[in-house]
Design a protein around this ligand. Sequence first.
Ligand SMILES: Nc1ncnc2c1ncn2[C@@H]1O[C@H](COP(=O)(O)OP(=O)(O)OP(=O)(O)O)[C@@H](O)[C@H]1O
Ligand SMILES: Nc1ccn([C@@H]2O[C@H](COP(=O)(O)O)[C@@H](O)[C@H]2O)c(=O)n1
Length: 211
Amino acid sequence: MIIAVDGPAASGKGTIAKALGRHYGLPVLDTGLLYRAVGLAVLKASGDPDHEADALAACDFDDAMLDDPALRSEAVGSLASRVSIHQSVRQALVKRQRDFATQPGGAILDGRDIATVIAPDADAKIFVTASVHVRAQRRYQDALDHGGHPDMDSLIADIQARDTRDMSRDHAPLRVADGADLLDTSNLTIDAAVQQAIALVDAQLERRRQA
Ligand SMILES: Nc1ncnc2c1ncn2[C@@H]1O[C@H](COP(=O)(O)OP(=O)(O)OP(=O)(O)O)[C@@H](O)[C@H]1O
Ligand SMILES: Nc1ccn([C@@H]2O[C@H](COP(=O)(O)O)[C@@H](O)[C@H]2O)c(=O)n1
């Protein structure tokens, strides 16, 4: 069984994907980390994330980089969003994601193009969203919890810039896939969002069984 979880930055899709993984006993891949690793590798190589050849060269990153806490920063998220517009970069990361998705026993992947490109035949597809203000507030709280000094206005601006870039790019833009259910977490606690996600997945699986 493959479950696809897509959505914009800080919508809560990673939290939901992990909870679905625990509920259904499936491994989870946060595909954003792959793009973040490319962004960080470009930075370390003093390359230009907007230059396709520099970004493609960085796709050959060392797997150990996936554990680097630096991947979690807003700055690297923004670099990831810049390298992810290049078609050759997206192509270079496809096999790894599809191999994970098609492993025996099934898998859950979260990202931007899981239900549209990586696994369009997924058994269940959820598009997680939340208002820009709520998402910025979550990032703000995260930063405070980690001892940072966040600025709400710049968090809002970063999220809006990332949404625009992710939704308007030519290759695999962020959009709600055919057959996906929308889950707006703006006014939901994590527990409530997870319960709704499980109910949506169960209903999609049941519809497939009956079809
Ligand atoms: N329903 C919710 N209510 C309150 N906080 C939430 C909710 N869902 C997620 N969060 C919190 O918001 C933050 C971002 O959530 P999460 O990492 O799951 O988002 P994401 O969409 O995977 O982000 P990104 O794609 O940018 O990595 C986390 O601190 C998480 O605990
Ligand atoms: N399937 C994906 C996943 C991510 N991206 C790009 O990476 C950026 C960072 O992703 P996070 O989920 O870690 O925030 C994101 O803004 C996208 O530009 C992608 O293109 N496809």
